[in-house]
Design a protein around this ligand. Structure first.
Ligand SMILES: NC(=O)c1ccc[n+]([C@@H]2O[C@H](COP(=O)([O-])OP(=O)(O)OC[C@H]3O[C@@H](n4cnc5c(N)ncnc54)[C@H](OP(=O)(O)O)[C@@H]3O)[C@@H](O)[C@H]2O)c1
Length: 294
């Protein structure tokens, strides 16, 4: 198992950490136990995690504040990846914020709340798969390219995007990653994984365990094929779901989310599981569920 990959030209571990679930319910406000959230972040870095996926709009600000409070000054090799293109209203709705001015403000807000001068990667979270309401894709990516040239970010990514949207984006800018929903329970984005493989771009599946919103880990535990493979490897169903993703493509970078140190340790240990052809064949039978809303 190749445990190291690349984000752009930077070496990066195959298993990182997705920080979204560290906010309160509905990804709004503070968590019930902020000390526990900080402990998860510190343990992640202690165990070698060098990739944290976040956004200023988680909370808003809550998750970036937790990351800064727990980890600043950051280890040299830690890659902080964010996304822009969304704002939250007071009820927690996820609203598009895709004008060049809003994208610039989104990047600045991340730099401020994380207390960094430069993000390793900023994902443009597209709302309708290719462009976004009223704002052409070239303008959105142009705004991020301007920020890249100003030294505020190293790499541009796209998220929640169609295959056509990825192809359009590639005609406009270099892409450091594509971040879309994908897991053993939801392979709808397989054509985009294939495109990333062909173009040697990192693919970062969000909801790698099927998502907290859809009780993904419970569904995994109930699946007979996942249980069979888990039993064979003395592993948990969640570990098998992560090992399956690792086996898909060497530039697939995982960002499982958890509020638990025990689950964090379990998720990182999935890097040691090598699935063989029999396992991968058996896992073809895993029942597909509808994609949860991001
Ligand atoms: N680009 C986008 O639009 C977008 C959208 C959504 C998410 N994301 C990113 O993707 C990351 C991952 O998504 P996610 O956290 O929502 O979904 P996920 O990683 O698929 O699942 C997280 C859920 O799995 C549970 N879990 C984690 N490890 C487990 C284990 N070993 N055993 C049993 N249960 C386990 C967690 O509960 P516990 O807390 O109890 O462990 C939580 O309920 C986010 O943090 C975010 O950074 C991006």
């Amino acid at each position: 198992m190749n445990r190291t990959s690349f984000l752009g030209s930077k070496p990066i571990g195959r298993i990182g950490f997705g920080a979204m679930q560290l906010a309160g319910p509905g990804v709004m406000g503070p968590p019930r136990d902020p000390a526990a959230a900080r402990a998860v972040l510190r343990r992640a870095v202690e165990l070698g995690v060098d990739h944290i996926d976040t956004s200023q709009y988680y909370g808003p600000d809550t998750v970036n504040d937790l990351i800064r409070e727990s980890l600043y000054p950051y280890p040299e090799n830690l890659k902080l990846v964010t996304k822009v293109g969304v704002r939250r209203d007071e009820a927690g709705a996820w609203l598009p914020a895709l004008t060049p001015q809003e994208l610039r403000e989104g990047v600045e807000a991340n730099l401020r709340s994380l207390r960094v001068e430069r993000m390793d990667l900023v994902n443009l979270r597209i709302s309708d798969g290719a462009g976004g309401p009223g704002v052409p894709l070239p303008e959105q990516l142009g705004a991020l390219e301007d920020l890249r040239q100003e030294g505020k970010l190293d790499l541009i990514g796209v998220s929640n995007v169609t295959r056509d949207g990825v192809e359009q984006a590639l005609d406009l800018v270099d892409l450091g990653e594509v971040q879309n929903s994908y897991s053993i329970l939801d392979r709808e984005n397989e054509p985009i994984v294939e495109l990333c493989r062909e173009r040697e771009i990192a693919f970062v599946p969000f909801f790698p365990l099927g998502s907290a919103f859809r009780r993904g880990p419970t569904t995994l535990a109930q699946d007979p094929a996942v249980s069979w493979v888990a039993g064979k490897h003395s592993a948990t169903p969640s570990q098998i779901a992560l090992a399956w993703l690792l086996a898909r493509y060497e530039r697939m970078l995982l960002i499982p989310g958890t509020t638990s140190v025990v689950h964090l340790e379990e998720n990182l240990a999935a890097a040691n599981i090598e699935l063989d052809e029999d396992d991968l064949g058996a896992l073809e039978a895993v029942e597909q569920v509808g994609r949860p809303r991001a």
